[in-house]
Structures are given as structure tokens and as C-alpha cells.
Ligand binder design. Sequence first.
Ligand SMILES: Nc1ncnc2c1ncn2[C@@H]1O[C@H](COP(=O)(O)OP(=O)(O)OP(=O)(O)O)[C@@H](O)[C@H]1O
Ligand SMILES: [Mg+2]
Length: 328
Amino acid sequence: MYAIEVENLVRKFGDFTAVNDLTFRIKKGEVFGLLGPNGAGKTTTISMLSTMLPSTSGKAFVNGFDISKDQDNVRKSIGIVFQDQSLDEELTAYENMDFHGRLYRIPKSTRQKKIAHLLKLVELYDKKDNQVKTYSGGMRRRLEIARGLLHEPQILFLDEPTLGLDPQTRNHLWDYIEKLNKEKGITIILTTHYMEEADKLCHRIAIIDKGKIIAMDSSENLKNDIGGDVITIDSSQRDVFYSALKTLPEIKSVELHDSLITISIQNAEQHVARIVNIASENNIGIKSLSIHKPTLEDVFLHFTGRTIREEEASAKDKMRMMRKVRRR
Ligand SMILES: Nc1ncnc2c1ncn2[C@@H]1O[C@H](COP(=O)(O)OP(=O)(O)OP(=O)(O)O)[C@@H](O)[C@H]1O
Ligand SMILES: [Mg+2]
């Protein structure tokens, strides 16, 4: 049995289709990532799978239970960490956990033991009696994960688990997520728009854009599909250069994106001299040229013709911070 099975899942808001015919399966014990830019439909998908939001059409089974018919059993099977923080700031970490345990009707003695165990797991036990409003962003995230695990779910949903965290805290959190998966065998489905996060954590990645899955595989296979290395060139006469490069038989693909030319080619370093020669023969200036192994960014660019822009990510981080400040 699969941990999650999704068939032709659709969610519309009025005329707008936020999630457009998704189909995928997640094996038990897998870490599966939904990677995509703002507004791609990641949270909407997670919301439907966690029964927070009804679907418009299609089917999905979580831990074998139908999301539209067996919501109680779906909810018992899953833990969820929301994109927006959902802790009670005025309560202590322990009280936040305890409240959640009561909601799930976990008996007091078991509850106390589990809370202590989980707070130790995420290294917050020493701070358990401090109010959450005194916690840093990373501590809050760890507490939310601990809370999501209190009723021992087999499947954990993490919606943008490290959004707005500094790189060091992000790395730390990645270690926890890996540990949960490896040591407890929990199936994890996470959403992110950080390529590095998807690359590091996920066994398989579905790249989602405008509500559709545009590619799905392991990170390695996705990158291999691009074919060889990637050469990126910035040139003032990019259209002329592009046409000239298209005539080269050894180039597997050449594409124009934003103001850059992107070439996919095996053993790129052997072809750079030829590419530079073509530029000089045609009096084309090269502003910059770089060679790299394909990244998930290249994969996204390849399939969509756009980049998952870093400024998008940072704009969103800022918004999140502002919301946090307003709440205080
Ligand atoms: N309740 C709603 N009513 C109308 N439109 C909505 C609603 N919720 C989401 N949408 C729209 O659906 C699309 C997908 O939103 P969703 O939150 O799933 O994206 P996302 O991939 O999670 O993005 P982000 O990276 O910003 O979290 C967006 O265009 C959003 O504006
Ligand atoms: Mg989202």
C-alpha cells in the first residue's frame, strides 16, 4: 500500500484552477517534495490531502483512507506543520504540546512521557517552560514539528518547513527531518521553493508550476535529463548568438531565457573555445560565460522557461517577518 495516492486531483477557486489534475503516488518511508514558485498550488494540495480543504474533483487516499469519505482516519494518520506559524505565543512550549495532546485525547500519563520525549528530540526540553514568544524562528519551527508528531502519525506534512530561517538553522532543521524519516520511518511530504532543500532532503521531487506537475523524479534523474553540463552566456547580441549556436551539431539544446543563453552540452569544457570562436567570427561580444553541472534551477528553467526567482523567496520571507511582527 502507498502512503499517499493522488489521482486527477483538482481544486478551483471560482474560475481559477489552483491545482490542475495532479496524479502521483508516494511510497511508505519516502521523503517527497513539491517544489514550485509562489502560487504554484503547493499549500492548496497539502490542504486537500490533510482534509482542511475539499477538492473540486479527483481522488486521494492518505494511509489508505479516502480524503473525502474518511476524514477522521486521515487526520489520525497525519501530522502537519503549516506554512504560517500556528503556535500560541502566550503559552509555554510544554503547554502548546499539552493542548495538542488533549485535542487528540492522549491520556495524561502517556501524554507527559511523549511530550518530554519529543521536546528532547528537538532539543527544546530545557526551554519547555518558556513562553513561545521568547523563542527564535528556528525554535518555533522545531516545536511545531514536535507537536505535529505527538499523536505518532505515520505521515508528516511540512509546508515550507524552513521558510524565513537563516541558513544555519535551516541546516539544523534538515538534520531533524532526515532523522525523523530514517529513525522513525515516517513518510514525509514537504513543500518548498528552495531548490537546495528539495535537493538535500527529498528522495523524489514533483516540480509544480501553475497547478500542474511538470516533472517528477529523483533530483539526480531530473538533472540528468537535461543532458550533460550547462553553459550560461550573457551577451549584448544574444539573438544573433543564439541563432549561430543553434547550428552547432554537438549542442543538445540551446535556449534563451531572460537575458541569458543557456546551452546543454556533454563535456562542456571541451567546447568553450569553439563557442568563443563563433562569437568572435560574428563580432558578438560576450559579457560573461559560466559552466556548471545542472541544478534543479536549470531543470525548472528547462521545463518552464522561467526561474524560481530568489527575490520571490526573499520577498516572501519579508512578508512573513512583517506578519510575525504585527502579531506581537
Ligand atoms: N482561498 C483561496 N481563494 C482564492 N484563491 C486562492 C485561495 N487559496 C489559494 N488561492 C490561489 O491559488 C493559487 C495557489 O495557491 P497556494 O497557496 O496553493 O500556492 P503555493 O504554491 O503554496 O504558494 P506559496 O509558495 O506562495 O506558498 C494562488 O494563485 C492563490 O492565490
Ligand atoms: Mg504555500
